[in-house]
Design a protein around this ligand. Structure first.
Ligand code: G3D
Length: 174
């Protein structure tokens, strides 16, 4: 497992997604069970907190214009699962999300690491279906790792508990 940049040796779950996917809202939900006003994320590291006693969660923005930064590596090293959040209602940016996901998963530190895609904002009526999102994100091409996709609404707090339960199952399986 080794140490990571934070100096701890807890297994990392990394939460990534384009800006506006809903990461801050999700994080707030996980922390407090309530939703506070979110402000645009400054920089790339939104935050880090204890998911449970044994697992920490680090959150990153992976907007298209941001390059993979050299210091990501230290965090990715201890990564046990990647949670990738997409805005299900934003079909226009789904190809950008697909590229960002592919780029992140090409990092050698994430080889074989399980992937959970969270199709967020499913409370919105115009959201894409799980099947459509899976197709655009080309999830079937990730045959070299365990992956799952689940719907959620960070705003309403729907599907999150189940999603992170599945994440810990994926970690145990891989
Ligand atoms: P980010 O941290 O990934 O950049 P944020 O994304 O958490 O800041 O969310 C971006 C916007 O999407 C916010 O709206 C937030 O309220 C909204 N949002 C997040 N999750 C959901 C969801 O599940 N459903 C809906 N309907 N909206 C969601 P604003 O208006 O503050 O920009």
């Amino acid at each position: 497992m080794g140490q990571n940049a934070s100096g701890s040796s807890v297994p990392q779950v990394i939460l990534m997604g384009l800006d506006s996917a809903g990461k801050s809202t999700l994080l707030t939900r996980l922390l407090t069970g309530e939703v506070m006003d979110t402000s645009p994320t400054i920089g790339f590291n939104v935050g880090m907190f204890e998911l449970d006693k044994k697992t920490s969660l680090t959150v990153w923005d992976v907007g298209g214009q941001k390059n993979m930064r050299p210091n990501w590596r230290y965090y990715l090293e201890g990564c046990k699962a990647l949670v990738f959040v997409v805005d299900s209602s934003d079909s226009a940016r789904m190809p950008e999300a697909q590229r960002a996901l592919r780029k992140v998963l090409s990092d050698e530190n994430l080889q074989g690491v399980p992937l959970m895609v969270l199709a967020n904002k499913k409370d919105l009526s115009d959201s894409m279906t799980i099947r459509e999102i899976s197709r655009v994100l080309d999830l079937n091409s990730y045959s070299d790792r365990l992956w799952e996709i689940q719907a959620c609404s960070a705003l309403r707090g729907l599907g999150l508990q189940q999603a992170f339960l599945s994440v810990s199952k994926l970690i145990k399986k891989s």
